[in-house]
Write a protein that binds this ligand. Structure first.
Ligand SMILES: [Mg+2]
Length: 470
């Protein structure tokens, strides 16, 4: 049950690292003093908006949009589609692009055979410059692992093939293979093991990984535009991380090519801690080419990891979810704040509130709700089953914080799940405790007194109470 959350984390974690690192790329802005967190301020080398991701995630989007159809990334025709996608992105005039990637894509021609033509251009760049081991193929490689989960030879083949479209040097291909196999292992098992792919790469990597584990990301800052140092810096950040946020901050604080090292680290951190570990305050602002936001990355990651197949309800591709038909449309005011309405998914209708916090899956056509800004419709990954959430106390607190933030911004908020039985009352209780200073148990009693549908699952209430001390 936690595997889809981990798969989503691969894309969301990378995008979050990218947007978090953008403001500080190559010293564009001084890092905040220790004790103060880096923020998604935008700027950087591409003059990005706050929360906007850069070329790293843009190129990953090209790959995942193709893989989300169930395409095999080793197939020649599919590689042509990826090459065409890269060329289309380049034609759109990206605000920032690596030197090597630009040298290959500028002058490239789309259409049948485009992958082979790009490969030849990458060979020529390598021959001309003597070096083509930039970090530009590693930064976008996460979706390749999702497309072939559980099939190590396929992942190794696809990672090398997609890398070679722009990067001829063997180290670039090796790094993509190693990182994708680590991501695959972590998505499937929850365990970090960066060495699972060593048999597919050159013998020097074992020592390079050992060295990374003895260091902090800053040790590699002086040359982390080079793929080997970028991977080492990312692994140094992931290896020592207690949480996704912790690891991304460490990667950014390492300096140098901050957005790319954090994007690389973020793919593996997300595999470990899940998309649900990317805080709502980040997911609300994340956005970028080609006109996507965090919920779009969620849907693309799920479809990529499922070979393009939606589940029995058509999720996440279908516009609505059939089993939600008939859910109650009534709402009740939160007992501690009448500006927050509590309800079931039937309450999700235009005009109900200025903002929405959804605690269940939604059809692709249900969010953002009509009249609600995309950043004001928050989708929280919270599963109403026992042992199905990677870090339940953290997610409940994060959801309650989202309600509090939206209220502080002057919005009225609809807080809902499918039937307002478990998730709505528990998050409502976390929010009530947060704004009143009473215990979560007492806040839950107040919510239960006004919300007739509430009959919260015991394990979720235990998660609520376990998060009390935070
Ligand atoms: Mg970038």
């Amino acid at each position: 049950m936690t595997r889809p959350d981990r798969a989503v984390g691969v894309l969301l974690g990378a995008a979050a690292g990218d947007a978090l690192g953008v403001p500080y790329e190559y010293g564009s802005r001084p890092l905040p003093p220790v004790g103060e967190s880096p923020r998604m301020l935008g700027g950087g080398l591409g003059g990005y908006a706050p929360g906007q991701w850069s070329d790293d995630t843009e190129m990953a989007c090209v790959i995942t949009r193709i893989a989300a159809d169930g395409a095999d990334l080793r197939d020649d025709a599919v590689l042509d589609r990826v090459a065409d996608g890269f060329l289309g992105w380049y034609a759109d005039g990206p605000a920032d692009i690596g030197n090597q990637t630009r040298a290959v894509l500028s002058g490239g021609r789309p259409g049948p055979g485009s992958a082979e033509r790009l490969r030849q251009r990458a060979v020529a760049v390598h021959a001309r410059t003597g070096r083509s081991a930039g970090n530009g193929s590693l930064m976008r490689t996460g979706p390749v692992a999702l497309a072939h989960l559980g099939d190590a030879p396929a992942i190794a083949g696809a990672a090398r093939a997609v890398s070679a479209l722009t990067h001829h040097d063997r180290h670039a291909g090796d790094a993509c293979v190693l990182w994708c196999l680590a991501i695959d292992h972590t998505v499937r098992t929850g365990e970090l093991d960066v060495r699972v792919g060593l048999e597919f790469v050159g013998p020097e990597w074992a020592q390079l990984l050992d060295d990374a584990e003895q260091a902090t990301p800053g040790r590699f800052a002086s040359d982390n535009g080079w793929v080997v140092a970028a991977l080492q810096g990312a692994w140094a950040a992931v290896h020592g991380a207690r949480s996704l946020e912790d690891g991304l901050v460490a990667a950014v604080r390492g300096g140098g090519d901050t957005d790319t090292v954090a994007a690389i680290a973020g793919a593996l951190l997300g595999a470990r801690f899940g998309g649900s570990a990317v805080p709502v305050r980040w997911r609300r602002v994340l956005h970028g080419w080609p006109g996507l936001r965090a919920p779009d990355l969620t849907r693309l990651a799920v479809l990529t990891a499922q070979h393009g197949e939606p589940d029995g309800e058509g999720w996440p591709a279908a516009p609505t979810i059939p089993s939600y038909a008939g859910a109650s449309s009534t709402t009740v005011a939160h007992p501690d704040d009448p500006g927050v309405l509590l309800g079931a998914v039937g309450a999700l209708r235009a005009g109900v509130a200025d903002a929405v916090v959804s605690l269940c899956r939604l059809g692709a056509g249900q969010a953002p709700l009509d009249g609600v800004r995309p950043e004001d419709h928050v989708e929280v990954w919270l599963v109403d089953r026992d042992d199905a959430n990677l870090d339940l106390p953290r997610v409940l607190t994060d959801a309650a914080t989202a309600v509090r933030d939206l209220r502080a911004e002057g919005r009225t908020v609809l807080l809902h799940c499918v039937h307002a039985e478990t998730r709505t009352p528990t998050v409502a209780a976390a929010y009530g405790a947060m704004i009143t200073g009473t215990t979560r148990a007492a806040a839950l009693q107040r919510v239960l007194a006004v919300l007739p549908s509430a009959r919260p699952r015991r394990s979720i209430v235990e998660g609520l109470l376990a998060g009390e001390a935070e």
